[in-house]
Design a protein around this ligand. Structure first.
Ligand code: HEC
Length: 250
């Protein structure tokens, strides 16, 4: 009986752990869902390309090996080297940047964080909205501000694609005070992409960041299923054993 309870408890805990790992970070209520699909290899490949072209100049991903990316994203070494690896790295190396920390600090005031685990600490919805949340703000040195990370030091590196948005405010009276509230955006300077294409671009990039934050996620899910089957097997065995042992005791 004790055996049975323990296995049942373990099974319940496991199901909980498997179901609950997707969103570790607390997300803000007004974040638009990222809609990423971790199983979509094409999206991950596009995301990897986007990341290498637009982000890797400042952000490293020191916990991610090229080899792993190649295997998971179904890219040959040749494809990796020709299309993604710009810094003459070896495939067993991780994604590093050429920028020196002191320079970065001087240019941005803060160090661009390593993004290996950023999707886990911030959540994918956060990143998706962060990359969509830039708007013109002449009071900032970068010329832009961000709806999600107020006063961010990161410039709008995707401004050429998305264009530059102007914030729309609504003012209303509340208890004798004028409250100014950001209600939306409109494109002030068009970029090379329309809204839909840009959303797709950002979604793929976010998908890639979510993938590198947990490259073994799909593997772990699969393993979880086997563990559950294993537990179930012992549950049945324990029941049979219990019946056998107690059959003469009335
Ligand atoms: C020109 C350098 C530069 C480039 C290129 C760049 N970033 Fe950043 N990024 C920064 C800096 C600096 C910060 C720190 C911002 C801060 O703390 O205000 C940052 C912070 C971030 C953060 C963390 C935000 C937070 O909540 O702390 C994320 C996520 C991020 N960048 C994603 C990206 C992605 C995705 C790309 C490519 C599309 C990219 N960055 C390209 C400089 C850059």
């Amino acid at each position: 009986m004790v055996n049975l309870r323990i296995s049942a408890l373990a099974a319940v805990l496991l199901v909980g752990a498997l179901a609950g790992n997707a969103h570790a970070a607390g997300s803000k209520a007004d974040l638009e869902p990222s809609g990423i699909d971790p199983g979509n290899i094409n999206s991950l490949q596009r995301g990897a390309r986007n990341f290498m072209n637009y982000c890797s100049g400042c952000h490293s991903a020191q916990y991610v090996r090229w080899k792993t990316i190649g295997e998971d994203l179904e890219l040959s070494d040749e494809q990796l080297i020709n299309n993604l690896m710009f810094n003459a790295e070896k495939t067993f190396e991780t994604i590093n940047i050429a920028m020196r920390a002191e320079d970065a600090e001087r240019w941005f005031g803060v160090l661009p964080p390593d993004v290996s685990l950023i999707a886990r600490s911030r959540g994918s919805d956060y990143i998706y909205n962060f990359l969509k949340g830039y708007y013109i703000d002449p009071s900032k040195t970068t010329g832009v501000n961000n709806r999600v990370l107020e006063g961010t030091a990161m410039p709008h590196v995707l401004g050429g694609l998305q264009g530059y948005q102007r914030a729309i405010y609504e003012t209303r009276e509340e208890g004798g005070e004028t409250v100014k509230e950001l209600t939306g955006f409109e494109i002030a300077v068009p970029g090379s992409m329309d809204a839909e294409a840009y959303d797709e671009f950002v979604r793929d990039t976010t998908n890639f960041l979510a993938y590198i934050a947990e490259p073994i996620r799909s593997e772990r899910r699969q393993l979880g299923v086997w563990v559950l089957i294993y537990l179930l097997f012992f549950l049945i065995l324990a029941r049979m054993l219990k019946k056998q042992i107690w059959k003469d005791v009335k």
